[in-house]
Design a protein around this ligand. Structure first.
Ligand code: 5GP
Length: 189
């Protein structure tokens, strides 16, 4: 998506270890106009998909996911990174975070991720695919069906996308980063 590619090149910052910081428009300050355009693009790319629920992981997936849910007029459920003591019917999985170098549990209530749901997962970044694997596990535990995964930014050099596409999952990424070597952002045209 051209507008996102241009914005990454203008405002994105590279950090050691292959991390792209987009705090100016996605992860801290947010640009709702761009967020809406990205959601419109997801809706276009998943137009032929039967979806009844949008899912994400807190916190940074919530903004794009709610925009997509708003456009599709569908409920949005986010997996939580802290287990609330009051959550009923809890489904839990473990996710390894490479940005934080540790594993953490994510959970969702089976009241909101249900058997028979057709789930579109939306998140900000796809890197190694660990968060995505956790979501696949939660969807499986719920007896729901994962019909697609949409990411604002995919870092192709970390190969999570290869894994997910290899599993036959419909993956759409709005900007694909080929490399962040030498702190230079190279984006696929
Ligand atoms: P994965 O589980 O695919 O390895 O990483 C995905 C998660 O890690 C995303 O939800 C995102 O929060 C975080 N992440 C991975 N790479 C980056 C990055 O380069 N920049 C930022 N801001 N977050 C990232």
């Amino acid at each position: 998506m051209k507008a996102l590619r241009e914005r990454i090149l203008r405002d994105g910052k590279c950090f050691e270890g292959g991390i792209l910081k987009v705090d100016n428009f996605i992860n801290h300050q947010m640009d709702p106009i761009l967020m809406k355009s990205m959601a419109v693009e997801f809706v276009r790319r998943f137009a032929s998909t039967d979806i009844n629920k949008v899912m994400t992981v807190e916190a940074s997936g919530i903004a794009p996911a709610i925009m997509v849910g708003y456009l599709l007029e569908l409920p949005v459920v986010f997996a939580k990174k802290k287990k609330p003591s009051t959550m009923e019917n809890m489904l839990v999985t473990s996710v390894y975070s490479f940005t934080k170098d540790r594993s953490y549990d994510v959970c969702v209530s089976g009241d909101y991720l249900c058997k028979g749901d057709k789930v579109l997962f939306i998140d900000d970044f796809l890197a190694n695919g660990n968060a995505a694997k956790g979501v696949i596990d939660l969807v499986r535990q719920a007896g729901a069906e994962l019909v697609g995964m949409g990411f604002l930014i995919e870092k192709a050099f970390q190969h999570g996308g290869d894994y997910l596409r290899g599993q036959g999952i419909h993956v759409e990424s709005l900007a694909i980063i080929e490399s962040l070597d030498n702190c230079e952002i190279k984006i696929r045209e």
